[in-house]
Design a protein around this ligand. Sequence first.
Ligand code: NAD
Length: 454
Amino acid sequence: MAGVVGELRASFKAGRTRPAEWRAAQLRGLIRMIEEREEDISDALHADLAKPRMESYLHEISLAKTNCTFALKGLKNWMKPDKVPAGVATFPSTAQIVSEPLGCVLVISAWNYPFLLSIDPVIGAIAAGNAVVLKPSEIAPATSALFAKLLPVYVDNSCIKVVEGGVPETTELLDQKWDKIFYTGNGNIGRIVMAAAAKHLTPVALELGGKCPAIVDSDVDLHVAVKRLAVGKWGCNNGQTCIAPDYVVTTKSFAPELVDSLKRVLERFYGQDPLQSEDLSRIVNSNHFYRLTNLIDDKKVSQKIVHGGQRDEEQLKIAPTVLVDVPLDTALMTGEIFGPFLPIVTVDKIEDSIEFVNARSKPLAAYLFTKNKKLQAEFVSNVPAGGLLVNDVVLHVANPHLPFGGVGESGTGSYHGKFSFECFSHKKAVLIRGFGGEAAARYPPYTPEKQSIL
Ligand code: NAD
């Protein structure tokens, strides 16, 4: 690992990654890779997660290409120094903020969107002019192997490298000195990453998870709301998504109508036997399969299932499952679910839902479905979260003009679009003066005459 970092550092020090042309060439290489190897990427995602091809295309391949193209188009502008007012105290002078590459950066990625979550931060690191090591998740081995095979073919291998592996390899990587570590995954490992970074005073971006709430008011177009809720939960990796709605909050009186509508939509999406549906991803591995089935095998939880609950151990598939009023002290309701269960919490009036959400850790995303403008405004100003979305779920991730990242326990730092460039840049303050504009009062001796200005 020391050799890998040494080689990257030498390339960075030689200034290889700094020119706009180098950055653009790498981004073009990534776009070419996505275009030419789309089939291979889709196959790898299918091998890792049985991800439906449509989902792979919409949520990973096309988004990665769009983000890469966006960076390529924005690059020259982003790299320009920002001129700022010079200020009276430094008169005469010019002042600017120069975006400087940080150096050698490490990207540690997660398994659930193993293509997008690896390439997206790498796009930012390259655009900002850094040398980068990508460590994909060992839990999505086909996609990890594909990166190791393809990246050296399409980008400059002296500055952009893939290191495959699990805990021992990542631990060794974390022992090295980096100029930034960008980590996506759960908060427990996030703490390990942050502690390792602290040894070298290395800054970190931590893209973590949590329980993302979806508040559903009765004043909605129910059919559209439920379709969007369902596709954001089960149509995104069968719930294995950091910004999937983790639980719903609605009123006691509206819950039965919501549940009926969810059942109808689920049957339309995945048929009578969802375990046989090709349109539903499987659970990534048996560890996660048993982690999930244990959650609903708790008696206090299983008796609250109103839809679904079926599983197929061999295929690692679990059916979309809806539950109502699960006791709040169960593991299902305290930890991030990251799977196909959607518990519905009921409150007396919809206004109570905001209090319920705010009594918990700040989520990565929070959602609200309502036509009520007053409730929308209250939600936007009173709910702290990484991002908010009204009348849909998940989709905010696809707007490159919006920063994506968590707050509090859901993460620190953000990226996407220009925010990715900034995530991997240092904002260097630059002040340039001439030799005029001397003020005698600045220099000792501080005679009574000079002090008369005080
Ligand atoms: P994971 O198991 O793939 O782990 C993430 C990375 O950490 C991997 O590269 C893995 O090799 C590394 N790792 C694991 N153990 C380690 C250790 N002891 N020391 C050093 N590195 C180690 O992914 P995961 O954590 O299961 O991912 C799911 C979590 O990630 C969920 O909480 C989800 O919400 C969150 N997530 C967040 C985002 C986001 O953008 N904010 C995106 C996807 C997932």
